[in-house]
Design a protein around this ligand. Sequence first.
Ligand code: SF4
Length: 444
Amino acid sequence: MGIGALLEDGIGDTIRVSLTEDAVAEVPVAFKLVEKYNRLCRTPGQDRGLPPSVTSRSEVRLPDPFAYRRRETLACDLVYHRLGNGHLPRVELSLRSRLAALDEAVSEVARLLGQNGDSALRVAGGSNGRPAFTCETVHVRVESDADVHAFVGLKRRLQARGLHVPLAVEVSRTGLASEAIWRAADRVVYPCSASVQAAELSQIAGSAKRFGKPVEWKLVLPESAAGDPFERVERDLQKILAACTTHDWWQTLFSIESAPAALVRPYRYLAGRLDALAANLPVLLRYRGGEQEFEAFLLDASAQLGALLCDGIGDALYLAGPYPAEDLLRLAYNLLQATRTRISKTDYISCPSCGRTLFDLKSTTERIKSKTAHLKGVKIAIMGCIVNGPGEMADADFGYVGAGPGKVNLFVGKECVERNIPEDQADQKLIELIKKHGMWVEPS
Ligand code: SF4
């Protein structure tokens, strides 16, 4: 994620990827990671900066590139949780079942919430029988009158089964003529195309206020090089903010749907303009995969969404693509963990290994993970030697550091508290140390 985020900003001429894997397994990943940026190098000008017409008239408040600060926003209420205003970034996926197939749709939601007895979501990090990664908002597309009725039925069925999750309904203006949709939706997602009119936006904002429902304004940007994304964001933003002001309705958030390869700059522009206009509204980061294999999707989503999250932009993540829901959820939570915006499992820091490494880094890391992966929020560093290891442990709570052949030193923070422990006793000593510092819980 970190390397990809830097490459997104044009920084980096050579990369050294460290995955705690055999070096030979790292090479294909490294090639896949640089592929997009090498392509951009060969065809300069594809991803343009702000056009002069926008730069000259618009102030954009950009994040400090040298310090992390989450964007400050108003909160948006979503029945079971809130977005923005310092709340944890939330994770959202789409319902894939047809609304007409109601039983199937209910089962799918149960599965996304980890409440159908399926063990697929009970991955490392879950505790007390609860899955670690669950979908926190389900995005539903309503495309016809029949869908409107089916959606209302779905909402009732979910409530009857105790499946409590906000439903974000993407619906056209025609669909929003139905009061039933407004009553049943927890959030309305309104796609703003190039032809969106001010009167239409005002009508949506007015209805949202009347029914007390949050609106997500989804700016749909052109996929092709035709049309300038910044001009479009600017134009839509002005019209939407005018509609919200007219109706004094600020339970609202923004998102962008764009070609997946070019999300970072439009999102930065959107957030920078919202802040400059003192319209501190939450932003949902959308990434929709296309035809690519999951690994390519994972790398590009990590680079782009990671860059934005490191900028402090993003109050929720929406991932979509033709991949298993479990993979999308795992990726979303891993991204939030890697950017430290939401900690949901143990954090491991390990060195890339080199000629000084005093134990097998891969198998040692796997062994320690198998014993500690349920310790949500605990940071453990596994470093190959004492020469550079302690200096590279960052802000780890505990350190497991090679001290000599078959010998390990253990650290609490930067302080070495146990020296030259035989390697076969070091795991148990590490666990005792975690217990002593009150950070241990028994695995469920
Ligand atoms: S911590 Fe030690 S073993 Fe690990 S990469 Fe650095 S020098 Fe090599």
